[in-house]
Write a new protein. Structure first.
Length: 140
């Protein structure tokens, strides 16, 4: 019986890689914020100011730039995300300009609009609250 260290790995199937493949890159960030929300269910606690730790992930899809070898330098993406984070982190979301009621859906749209000029363009924005398991994904 051959050793696991010397065994020949199984052959990989022949793969045809497109001449200019599209790649997806992503970056995550988090923010802590408070808000109120008018709801029909679980209404009393939602009407009071309360807070969450939100997590967000943005993804961009595009070709690899031949000069840099990257879809987009993740350092540039981190700078842009820091700007978005500063608008949300430790704020009362009810008072953030341009943000309708602070639902997960509206937070996805807010983040997407703030990054609308990125090239390549966003392909996905996801916002979630880890503690309760809620999430929303905007596929673009």
């Amino acid at each position: 019986m051959p050793s696991l260290l010397t065994a020949t790995p199984p052959a990989l199937p022949n793969m045809t890689v497109p001449v200019q493949p599209l790649m997806t890159i992503s970056q995550r960030f988090f923010f802590d914020a408070a808000h109120t929300l008018q709801r029909e269910i679980e209404a009393e606690g939602s009407r009071r100011i309360h807070g969450h730790t939100y997590h967000a992930e943005v993804a961009l899809r595009g070709p690899i730039d031949p000069a840099s070898g990257m879809v987009l330098d993740l350092g540039h993406l981190r700078l842009r995300l820091q700007s978005v984070r500063e608008q949300l982190d430790h704020h009362l979301l009810d008072d953030v300009p341009g943000l309708p009621p602070a639902t997960l859906e509206n937070l996805c749209l807010f983040i997407a609009r703030a990054l609308d000029d990125l090239r390549p363009a966003l392909s996905r924005v996801r916002v979630w609250r880890e503690a309760v398991g809620d999430s929303c994904t905007l596929d673009l």
